[in-house]
Design a protein around this ligand. Structure first.
Ligand code: FE2
Ligand code: FE2
Length: 168
């Protein structure tokens, strides 16, 4: 049986993951609006991954005899700025999520909940990958440019990401 404290924190994390999905979907719509087809497809896949993250926490709570209590999800922005700003905002958001995951892990240690610690280790690894993959894109844009032919090629490369790549 999971502690009330950890249950509440995981319910809050489900909200953060689903907000992440909402944010990436809003970014995808913003990119579609500017004909950045590859960016839009990449963001849409990010959104799907975030739903899967939320469901991992959801399933964990159910399995542990906890109570899932869904919380209100904030409305994401309509526009996110330039393509570089969109990626920088994604990175900033992933860093926020990493901090939340780390906090959850600390809490699982305090509560001496070993299954929660094991479950959270997957997320700790996942966040390292998430931050690294987005940082790589940000660095590429800073080094080679974020408009003209460089943007065209990046959009093409992002569009090549399949659902099996960088899997949730
Ligand atoms: Fe996530
Ligand atoms: Fe993420």
């Amino acid at each position: 049986m999971i502690s009330k404290k950890l249950q509440d924190a995981i319910n809050e994390q489900i909200k953060h993951e689903l907000y992440s999905a909402y944010m990436y979907l809003a970014m995808s719509a913003d990119c579609s609006d500017r004909n950045l087809v590859g960016f839009a497809s990449w963001m849409r896949m990010q959104a799907q991954e975030e739903v899967a993250h939320g469901m991992r926490f959801y399933d964990f709570l159910v399995e542990r005899g906890g109570r899932v209590q869904l919380q209100a999800i904030d409305q994401p922005p309509l526009e996110f700025g330039s393509p570089l700003e969109i990626m920088e905002k994604s990175l900033e958001h992933e860093r926020f999520v990493t901090a939340r995951i780390n906090h959850l892990y600390d809490l699982a240690q305090e509560e001496q909940d070993r299954p929660a610690q094991v479950m959270l280790q997957w997320f700790i690894t996942e966040q390292v990958e998430e931050e690294a993959s987005i940082d790589e894109i940000v660095q590429r844009m800073k080094m080679f440019g974020a408009d003209g032919p460089a943007l065209f090629m990046l959009d093409r490369d992002l569009g090549a990401r399949g659902p099996e790549d960088d899997a949730a």
